[in-house]
Design a protein around this ligand. Structure first.
Ligand SMILES: Nc1ncnc2c1ncn2[C@@H]1O[C@H](COP(=O)(O)OP(=O)(O)O)[C@@H](O)[C@H]1O
Ligand SMILES: [Mg+2]
Length: 248
């Protein structure tokens, strides 16, 4: 489905991403972990076609995306740090606006269905500027799935959600996966994301340092894997850490 190959990204002289290969497959949730600054959001933005890689390519069904970005964008649902909502429009109007851009058929029914699904039907006529962060996040998620994309790209999507909201988002992700969609999930809640995902990737300093299957993975065993993966990277990359270790 959506895939990036050999993707690097320079910011000035710094390499934010260094040769990342990441294929997303239908019917799978891939959890992307890593410390702050590892390059997770940059990688997601490249796959969302919001940023171009300095080197490497993004592929859709095996072919480079370049030249058919708008067509591929129709297949992507994105939740990132920006909500992409208009504060002066109501919840309903925001979805209509987005829906028209994507030429969604039977838009009225689809908008109602989504408002019910994200638990905002009661607030559909309220302007988004009056919404709490969690309500805005619910609407952002609704907006991301409105056009029935085949790929969901989620950057810390649990931000601001209450417990009920988190459970609702887990249901959305599971339904999406079970319907054959491919999902990339960035989350700092390691145990929850590992329980939900099919495979995991750990990014550190712009490189994939570990990847694997989440099946039969307990929170504890993953915690060990995560620590180990980042520790190894620190030893190879940070002279101070090596020196410190040598002394101890
Ligand atoms: N547009 C940019 N210009 C310069 N540096 C950037 C830019 N975007 C991100 N960075 C830097 O790249 C690194 C990775 O950022 P990011 O992808 O947001 O990491 P993460 O999401 O894993 O926390 C950070 O050190 C950040 O400061
Ligand atoms: Mg980030």
């Amino acid at each position: 489905m959506l895939e990036c190959k050999g993707v690097s990204r320079l910011a000035g002289h710094r390499e934010i991403l260094r040769g990342v290969d990441l294929p997303l497959e239908g019917g799978q949730v891939c959890a992307l972990f890593g410390p702050n600054g590892a390059g997770k959001s940059t990688l997601l933005k490249i796959m969302a076609l919001l940023t171009r890689p300095t080197r490497g390519v993004v592929l859709w069904d095996g072919e480079p995306v370049r030249g058919r970005e708008s067509k591929v964008r129709q297949q992507l649902g994105i939740v990132s740090h920006a909500t992409y909502l208009y504060n002066n429009l109501t919840a309903e109007e925001n979805l209509y606006f987005h829906g028209r851009l994507f030429g969604i058929p039977r838009l009225r029914e689809r908008v109602e269905e989504i408002l019910e699904k994200v638990g905002l039907y009661y607030a559909r006529r309220d302007t988004v500027g009056t919404f709490s962060r969690g309500m805005q996040q619910r609407l952002t998620i609704g907006r991301a799935i409105l056009h029935e994309p085949r790929v969901l790209l989620l950057d810390e999507p649990y931000t601001g959600l209450d417990q009920q909201g988190q459970a609702f988002l887990n249901d959305v992700i599971r339904d999406f996966r079970n319907a054959g969609g491919a999902c990339l999930l960035i989350s700092h809640d390691l145990p929850d994301a590992v329980a939900l995902a099919d495979k995991f990737i750990i990014l550190s300093e712009g490189r994939i340092v570990r990847e694997g299957s989440c099946s039969d993975m307990t929170a504890e065993s993953f915690d060990n894997i995560y620590r180990e993966a980042l520790e190894v990277d620190r030893e190879s990359g940070d002279a101070w850490a090596i020196q410190f270790r040598g002394e101890g």
